[in-house]
Every structure is written in structure tokens, then in C-alpha cells.
Design a protein. Sequence first.
Length: 511
Amino acid sequence: MSTAEARPDPNPLAEGLERLPVHATALVIFGATGDLARRKLLPALYNLAHEGALPERFGLVGNARGDLSDADFRDQAIAAVREFSRREPDEQVLAKLFEHARYVPGSFDEGGVYERLGEVLSELDEVAGRPLSRCFYLSTAPGFFPVIVETLGDHGLQDREGGEVRVVIEKPFGTTLAEARELNERVLAVFDEQQVFRIDHYLGKETVQNVLAFRFANGMFEPLWNRNYIDHVQITAAEDIGIGSRAGYYDSSGALRDLVQNHMLQLLTLLCMEPPIAFSADAVRDEKVKVLRAIRAPAEEQVAEMSVRAQYAAGTVAGQDVPGYLAEEGVPGDSTTETYAALRLEVDNWRWAGVPMYLRTGKRLARKVTEIAVTLKPVPHLAFDREGSVGVRPNQLILTMQPNEGVSLTLGAKIPGTRMRIRPVNMEFLYGTAFLSQSPEAYERLIMDAMRGDATLFTRNDEVEAQWRICDPIESAWATARGQLPLYAAGSQGPAEAEELLAGDATWRAI
């Protein structure tokens, strides 16, 4: 048998799963012993290493206030991967990944930390035999973002001859429009915009990116994707859990800042944007910014008509009694922080004028689900006998991000029998059954893109400010409003007041 005959046929499902090359890089994680690093970043690095996606010359440096040795940090990193990795770790890959990991102890505002960091990075360059690109990941409390960036600049670490330097900044990027603008100014005084990667981990999810593929790789839907055929859109990000141990963060944030201002508005831009001239970072983000700018920021007196906020009360979730928000550990007894937020927005441009965009998110709802539901306008004439049938309903296109990633389309179909009776049926695509590989964690994709310098899935400075321009008036109006917040029972569909946002015959989809 010839070599050609012995070679197996390529599997068509594997096409496109290959990784793009990455320049030799040193990744520095500020806050390397924190919760985000342990649960997400370090396991993501392991899974990238397991798949052979990391560059051959790769260095890892951790920084935190704890006084650890290099060996202590390696042990903690290995323990984190064993506990939180999406796959069972291979001990050889694990040991190799962290074999030369380094640790620089000290506070984020100590100049000596950055001097030592510069020395360690130079040592990694010598080991690699070439200048490594540098990627600084700010996995810290938001108050330290400007401190770290400015101190990097003070010690000349914002540039590297022979390599690229990038900084990855976690959310929240400010808590108001004014804060976001100030943070942008301070960051861009040290780094150029193309060096700055403002992370929104939702954009790293494969099914979120699939919204773009669904829209622009399939000609059958684009003719319908406008105000002439679409009645309304609902974007839902529901959770069945409470705030857990995050009372300190959550009570100063609330549902609007925590999810709507970033994740949900990003989903809305992907759904509504025009086709970019290319799938490059700036071309995609240019179109997303246009959508955000087409959403009118509400005047203070309009906020009550286009928004609803509420808190969860005691209830039952998964058969267990759970406390209300005010009874959670660490929450002030008089807190007016919302755990549920719903908005009615409109994208005021030619394509979408007059189409209501409903966004809702909440804690302690009936189940965990993130989805976009696009409801088409009903057919103009119903010539079908409804007796004994569910009847003709508007077609719905559902893009589900979690828990069951995929796309479904509801159609009207005839019920078997001698009479013309109609009920809705589903056509469904499930992401997990259609491809060979397990869907990677969002942080795996985003860390790789940051090291490669591809900012397509990161938010630009004008994007961040445009998002805050929409949410700022709502936060301001809520802050000055008086009276008790509406309540909804834990494990329910949310507050009854949310029904008042809906126009026409629209109803909220069951959570």
C-alpha cells in the first residue's frame, strides 16, 4: 500500500480548528493569587498549553502582595489548574508549563516591585535568547488599574525594543461615564490605544461570536434583518444563584452596572451592527460603536417609562428555601441596589427604527439562561382554523449562549390529521454536537488574542464611553428615586412591573 493510500482522509469537521501562531511572549499577571487568576486565567493557560497553542518561548510572571517564593507560586498555580481546569490535567504538561514561572511579591503601588519586574523580564529574555513581547494582565480591583498603568510607565515598561507591549484591563472599566473617561485618559497617557485590551469575557464565548457568523455567513436571514420584518428583540441574561460572597462588590454595583452596561449592550451591538468591510478589530468595532451611538440616552424623566429595577425576596430555588437580598451576608438592611434590571431601548437608525429592544437580567430567577430572542412580525392573514390547535404564532429565532449553546427557529406546522390545525415546532442547532472540539473557555480565546495583538473581541475607548452614555442617566435617575424597590420571589420569572415595559402584543419569554 502506498503512503498516499495509507493516509486517512481529513475529517471535514476539524477544518478551521487550527491555532494561529503567537509571538514569543512573557505574560505578567497582577493579582496572580486572586480569585479570577485561580479560577479562570491559570486554568486557561493550562488548556492553551495542552492544545499546543502557547508560543514555544513563553514566560509567566505572577505578582501579588503575598510573600511567596517562585516555588510557592508554582505550587499554587498547579493546584488552581487541578481544581478549576475544564479538562483533567496532564501532569507532564502541567509541570512543563509552570516549570520556570516567576513571582514578584509586593503592592501594586511600590516602585521597587516594578524595578524587580523589569529585572525578571530581562532574565526571561536572556533565557529565550530574544526579546519577548510583554503582556500585562490587570487581574486586580478596579481602583488599582490607573496605579498599575502609570507605574509601568514611570519605570519604562510600556515599550520594548524588539517586541510588543500590551496591557489587558478587566471590567468594570469605571462605574460612571466620568470615571470611564478619566480612566481612558490616564491609560492612554501611558499606552497607545492599540496596546490596550479592555476585556469583556462574554465576547470570548464561542456562541457570542457565532452571532456574527450566523448573521453574515447566511444569506437567508439578512433580508429579514430589519424593521420591516422584526417585531421586537429580547435579550435575557438570567441567573438562578444569589450574590454569594460578593456582597461588597455587588451592592456597590447592581445589575445594571454588572451586566447591562457591558455584556448585554455588547450582545445588542453584535445583533444590530451593519456588516463590517472586514473582520478586523477596528472595522468590527466601528460598526458596534455606530449602534451604541444610535441608541438615545434617556432623559431623567423618561427613565421610569423605559426601565424597571427590583430586588429578590425570599423564595424557593431548586427545591431549597433561599433568603432575600437584604438578608444576604454583608448586604445593608436598607440597600436599594437592584438585583434585577430591565430596559426598553431603541436603535434609532434606518434598519431598526421603531423596533423595541428589551434587555433584562437578574439574580435568583427561575433558571440560568442567556439568550437573544428575535420575534418576527405575525403573518398578515390567518386563514387557519384554530380550534383544537395552539394557533399561528410569530416566528422566533433564538440564539442561546448558555446553558445549551445553539440556535433554534420556531415555525408553524400542521398537526397530523384531517383538519388544518397549526402549532409551533422547533428547528434546532446545538453547538456541542456539531463540532469535534469542546467549546473553549472564553479566557482561552481572549488571552491568545491579547498576546497576538488582535483586539477584535475587546472594547475600544469610544465603545466603553458610548455604553456608559446610555446607562449613566438611568443610574442617576435610580439614585435619586424614592420609595421601596419592587420585589420578586427568588425562583420566579422576575417582578410583575417588567410587563409594563412591553409594547403591543409582546410577552416576556419564560425563563
